[in-house]
Design a protein around this ligand. Structure first.
Ligand code: TUI
Length: 308
């Protein structure tokens, strides 16, 4: 399937991987790229040197292009922005902020810039500042989210900008992919489905928690502080939401979620960890290789899209 995104990125299938903190490391990124999608290394809150090392390891695993996601709230965002240029990365996605101040640096180095947006206003602004495409990410997604659902955000962004739009949030199979195309998207970004992949270097408990998740198992912490983060419900979220309801100070709660992502991904602590996942976790029933995930999505989507 050819779209402006497959052409722009030189990839076989219009599927890109989310830049998930702690999860999107070199093994996953290389596996998604090798399978014909676009794999990304998640810069998250890692230093420039850590990201540089991840990029180099990914390049040892695949000749296909691998991108980097720059998490703009990271204290290391400036150095990671520089590292991607030094390492010859050709595609950058950004999240959790406005990447305007890096646009000149990246564009002049020939880097394709694809910001995640959660509103039409930011999509328009990014297109004006030279973004090559935008990712319209609905609040079904895991992690840091906006307010709009994928279903309403994607067509509104498609109508507002000329650049191609990638849909994110709530896509884990060919039906979701086909629906995104019907909304006018030219690719999808997939996160949660790739967490439960064979190649994801994530604690087995995390994958199992996603596979066992029901539709209603996710919760949003931090809404009242303007820091909404979608995670699967556990002891930590119950405590967090109780304290949030009682009006606890943001600083008091922040430590509950920030360091706790590592607890979930690395230690497999499903009680105290921050188990970030999208609402579509309930649809995911098994661990598959990235290649199987991508092939299954494309086979199912192509059959559906031919019917109409
Ligand atoms: O970035 C994400 N998802 C994430 S990042 C993350 S790690 C983290 N660590 C510390 C603090 C916060 C997060 C876990 N999950 N998705 C992309 C995304 N970006 N979703 C929503 C947005 C967004 C929201 C508002 C982008 C821009 C924006 O407004 C910026 C502006 O200035 O208008």
């Amino acid at each position: 399937m050819k779209t402006r995104i497959t052409e722009l990125l030189g990839i076989e299938y219009p599927i890109i991987q989310g830049g998930m903190a702690w999860v999107a490391e070199h093994n996953l990124a290389a596996a998604v790229s090798a399978a014909g999608g676009l794999g990304l290394i998640g810069g998250a809150s890692a230093s420039g040197d850590i990201v540089r090392n991840e990029i180099r390891k990914a390049k040892e695993l695949t000749d296909k292009p691998v991108g980097v996601n720059v998490m703009l709230m990271s204290p290391y965002a400036d150095e990671v922005a520089q590292v991607v240029v030094e390492e010859g990365i050709k595609v950058v996605t950004t999240g959790a902020g406005n990447p305007e101040k890096y646009m000149d640096l990246w564009k002049s180095a020939g880097v394709k810039v694809i910001p995640v947006v959660a509103s039409v206003a930011l999509a328009k602004r990014m297109a004006k500042y030279g973004a090559d495409a935008v990712i319209a990410e609905g609040c079904e997604s895991g992690g840091h989210i906006g307010e709009q659902t994928t279903m309403s955000l994607v067509p509104q962004v498609v109508d507002a900008v000329e650049v191609p739009v990638i849909a994110a949030g709530g896509v884990a199979d060919g039906r979701g992919f086909a629906a995104a195309m019907m909304l006018g998207a030219e690719a999808v970004q997939i996160g949660t489905r790739f967490v439960a992949s064979k190649e994801a270097v994530v604690h087995a408990n995390y994958k199992e928690r996603i596979i066992k998740a029901k539709d209603i198992d996710s919760e949003v912490t931090g809404r009242s502080y303007g820091h909404p983060i979608r995670v699967l419900r556990n002891q930590m979220t119950r405590e967090y939401l109780r304290m949030e309801k009682e009006g606890a100070a943001f600083e008091e709660l922040e430590h509950l979620t920030l360091g706790s992502l590592r607890k979930a991904v690395v230690d497999g602590d499903m009680a105290n960890g921050s188990v970030m996942a999208g609402q579509i976790a309930g649809l995911i029933k098994d661990e598959k290789s990235c290649e199987e995930i991508i092939k299954d999505i494309m086979t199912q989507a192509e059959a559906l899209l031919k019917i109409q």
